[in-house]
Design a protein around this ligand. Structure first.
Ligand code: PEP
Ligand code: MG
Length: 883
């Protein structure tokens, strides 16, 4: 087996596409070499050696030593040097390099091969004894730390003691002899720590470093990083051994990092920093202030330190050529590391550069316009989830944060305001122009007015699909939910967080992107939508197959949805339309009446309000499809709770408060999520469905007239489990339609369909499709009922599950493809087997999640529907799924 791949002198055994075998760094070093770029010769030990190492009790394959020796020999030939030979000194660097970049997994070891003898040779070779002894002490420090596990601070202490003794401020003040002293002290310390002298044999040093890289793959830091970024342990890391070049050989040497375009704005201009007479880690360490690469950047920054362009014009010119070549070759913005040794440029690394969302958009659009990439590639280069950053204000990343708790990142964006504990207070303060954060144990539909009025919402209970989370996302308001460590005391008007007490009126900030709760005000960055954003969106629309609709019920939401490019409403949750003072009373009268006649009277009050709502929605959506769902939630959500509310309803209904209380108790349910809700309500109280159907059809007729465009309402029945439930409710709807059309003399097309949100519905979808003209997958309830996990109580234990690695993803956020997804697939197939071309969509929260959208494409759904602020994310994800 080939375990070692060499590169150097314009040739390489590997290439960029060998990333899995050689790791990112190794593969790109090989590629740069083959492109004829100046790369110090070296070799890569493959990731397969890492795998072997761990499956064979941390030992190496038998052929490895010989292959490494041969590669060292080859490297020496190219460099005209010999590893371990003081007469033809060859020093090397040893670096890790996994498939995916894993910053900080293992530090680099530089200057390897130095010992008491070769340090003299380096002094002679370079003609600079100070440089040689400085390099040796750096090596002992790095090797001691990374390979011998000696605490970094132990070396730093010795160094600062020496500085104190000599009265120096900076490392650069040390003379050669003084560095020699430091080396002696370091070596003494190492011996004391490890009970043997610092290794002098270069080969022992090399194998020590190789072993340290492979061992670092299983250190806790690396394991945590892998878990957070879904990187499998089986991938392993490669090891790169490369001839040293020195950026610290005096004033004609330098080292630096660069991006081929500006990583924060995306502007097409070389961007980077360098230090004269320095070694790689000095740039990162931040002890000396680095200088700009270009004159232009120097002028812009107002720095008086000269740019690389000025101090080393020739090396700079070569570097610009190399950077251009690499960007054109990889067809992406590159992040580069380089060293200039006595005027000669060497490339040490290239990789795709990390960038802000704004930069990502600009770079993708520019590169497509430059003809470097296609529109499809441009669209695929943007991380859909990152668009959230553009649509909401975010916390200034540089601002200090006083974190007092964390909850679930339920709805993105950041908000600051005074704490209020009741929705009415939020509304009241808003009318005086005061910004608030509504803090609740949990929210219910009754709190909606306060949620609207507040800048952000914080709850101590509930998960990612809790009422607060769903409604806040719909409104585009920041929300942190399920912050279980917080204690809210409504009576006392206090919130206890991390031992601190916050009172009503105190200022807090919440960050719905991270789930953080912070004391006081934190500076924000305002969202900015650039022209590049719309261009990428246009391109995405050309590519995608699935339509994107929005979940919306208020005119404001519907307008926002259209602004973001929604192609209809996929879910109008009508229950959300009943919560304002005027309507809730009529609603309560309706629920609490025990006679049909009385119920009908209350419903008659609600009819005109519902009709007006729907007319407005239809008008805003101007001919686009609108799916309206019949009343879904358990009735108890609407019941009066306080004494005051009970009296108010009793009075309106002309019954006694006691009688009303009795009725309220009758309606109590132990498990409302599985109780009398959804289509069960329509079957128990057909008058409700009648009223809603009438409101829908009368509104459709009216809106068709006012807009001059046909309106095709899609009436949706929730929580169907048995086909006959749908048959029953559909008949009510069809009968009302006939009546309305007869009364108005108008013509109207409409569809009646159902949510698929119970396993039984999915499994019998062929029978259900006999009645249903469309299916909309309600994956919130489908996840709840498939897993048997309560969507409102799951937050805390699912978080524990994630931490303990029992599950990787919260299934309420990203669709569980194996279980819930299997049901969706079965239902889609069965539905189509009965009714070819049946319209299929998804309206659970997953409709706005990129991974879930990609699954929807594989099942061939016709559309996804998500909250208005996620519409751009869904458009982009749908395009990527179609690529
Ligand atoms: C669902 O269950 O996925 C759904 C969209 O309905 P709701 O969240 O209103 O129950
Ligand atoms: Mg549901």
């Amino acid at each position: 087996t080939k375990w070692v791949y060499s590169f150097g002198d314009g040739r390489a055994e590997g290439r960029a596409s060998d990333r899995n075998l050689l790791g990112g760094k190794g593969a790109n070093l090989a590629e740069m070499c083959s492109l004829g770029l100046p790369v110090p010769p070296g070799f890569t030990i493959t990731t397969e050696v890492c795998t072997y190492y761990y499956s064979n009790e941390r030992s190496y394959p038998a052929e490895l030593t010989a292959q490494v020796e041969a590669a060292l020999e080859e490297m020496g030939k190219i460099a005209d040097r010999k590893f371990g030979d003081p007469a033809k000194l060859l020093l090397v660097s040893v670096r890790s390099g996994a498939r995916a970049s894993m910053p900080g997994m293992m530090d680099t070891v530089l200057n390897l091969g130095l010992n008491d003898e070769t340090v003299e040779a380096l002094a002679k070779d370079s003609g600079d004894a100070r440089f040689a002894w400085d390099s040796y002490r750096r090596f002992i420090q790095m090797y001691g730390n990374v390979v011998l596990n000696i605490d970094h601070d132990i070396f730093e202490e010795i160094l600062s003691d020496e500085k104190g003794r000599l009265g120096y401020e900076l490392d650069t003040e040390f003379t050669a002899d003084e560095w020699r002293e430091v080396v002696a002290l370091y070596k003494e310390k190492v011996e004391a720590e490890i009970d043997r002298p610092f290794p002098q044999d270069p080969r022992e040093q090399l194998w020590g470093a190789i072993g340290a890289v492979f061992s670092s793959w299983m250190n806790p830091r690396a394991m945590t990083y892998r878990r957070l970024h879904d990187i499998p342990a089986s991938w392993g890391t490669a090891v790169n051994v490369q001839a040293m070049v020195f950026g610290n050989m005096g004033e004609t040497s330098a080292t630096g990092v660069a991006f081929t375009r500006n990583p924060s704005t995306g502007e097409k201009a070389l961007y980077g920093e360098f230090l004269v007479n320095a070694q790689g880690e000095d740039v990162v360490a931040g002890i000396r202030t680095p200088q700009s690469l270009t004159e232009r950047a120097r002028l812009e920054s107002g720095s008086d330190k000269p740019s690389l362009e000025k101090v080393m014009p020739e090396a700079f010119a070569t570097f610009v050529q190399v950077a251009d070549k690499l960007e054109a070759h990889y067809r992406d913005m590159q992040d580069l590391e380089f060293t200039i040794e006595r005027g000669k440029l060497w490339m040490l690394q290239t990789r795709s550069g990390k960038r802000t969302t704004r930069a990502a958009l600009k770079i993708a659009v520019d590169m497509a316009n430059e003809g470097l990439i296609t529109h499809e590639e441009a669209v695929c280069r943007i991380d859909p989830a990152s668009l959230d950053q553009l649509l909401h204000p975010t916390l200034d990343p540089d601002a200090p944060r006083d974190i007092v708790g964390t909850g679930l990142p339920a709805s993105p964006g950041a908000a600051t305001g005074q704490i209020v504990f009741s929705p009415d207070e939020a509304e009241e303060l808003k009318s005086h122009g005061v910004k608030t954060i509504l803090v609740r144990v949990e929210t219910s539909p009754e709190d909606i007015h306060g949620m609207h009025a507040a800048e952000g919402i914080l709850t101590t209970r509930g998960g990612m699909t809790s009422h607060a989370a769903v409604v806040a996302r719909g409104m585009g308001k920041p929300c942190v939910s399920g912050a279980g460590a917080l204690r809210v005391d409504y009576k006392a008007g206090t919130m206890l967080a991390l031992g601190r007490t916050f009172k009503k009126g105190d200022i807090i900030t919440i960050d719905g992107a991270s789930g953080q709760i912070l004391a006081g005000r934190v500076p924000m960055r305002e969202p900015s939508l650039s022209g590049d954003f719309s261009i990428i969106m246009e391109w995405a629309d050309e590519i995608r197959r699935m339509k994107v609709r929005a979940n919306a019920e208020t005119p404001l939401d519907a307008r926002t949805a259209r602004k973001f490019g929604a192609e209809g409403i996929g879910l109008c949750r009508t229950e959300h339309m009943f919560f304002n003072d005027e309507r809730i009373l009529a609603m309560r009268e309706m629920i609490l009446s025990d006679k049909e006649e009385q119920r009908r009277m209350a419903l008659a009050k609600l009819l005109p309000m519902q009709r007006a709502d729907f007319i407005e929605l239809f008008e805003i959506m101007a001919g686009l499809p609108v799916t309206i769902r019949l009343l879904d939630p358990p009735l108890h959500e609407f019941l009066p709770k306080t004494e005051e509310e009970i009296n108010e309803v009793a009075q309106a209904m002309g019954v006694s408060a006691d009688k009303l209380k009795e009725r309220t108790e009758e309606l109590h349910e132990f498990n409302p999520m599985l109780g009398n809700r959804g289509c069960r309500l329509a079957i128990s109280y057909p008058e409700i469905a009648e009223m809603q159907a009438r409101a829908i059809f009368e509104a459709a007729v009216a809106a068709a007239k006012s807009t001059g465009q046909p309106v095709i309402p899609e009436v949706m029945v929730p929580l169907v489990g048995v086909a006959s439930e749908l048959t029953y409710v559909k008949k009510i709807i069809d009968d009302v339609a006939k009546e309305v059309l007869a009364e108005s003399g108008a013509e109207l097309d409409y569809l009646v369909g159902t949510m698929i949100e119970l396993p039984r519905a999915a499994l019998t979808a062929d029978t259900i499709a006999k009645e249903a003209e469309f299916f909309s997958f309600g994956t919130n309830d489908l996840t709840q009922t498939t897993f048997g996990i309560s969507r409102d109580d799951a937050g805390p234990f699912l978080e524990t599950y994630r931490k303990k690695g029992v599950i990787e993803q919260d299934p309420f956020i990203s669709l569980d493809v194996d279980g819930v997804g299997a049901l969706v697939k079965i239902a889609a197939e069965k539905g189509r087997s009965t009714r070819e071309g049946i319209k299929l969509g998804i309206c659970g929260e997953h409709g706005g999640d990129p991974a879930s959208i990609s699954f929807c494409e594989t099942v061939g759904l016709d559309y996804v529907s998500c909250s208005p602020f996620r519409v751009p994310i869904a458009r982009l994800s749908a395009a990527q799924a179609a690529c």
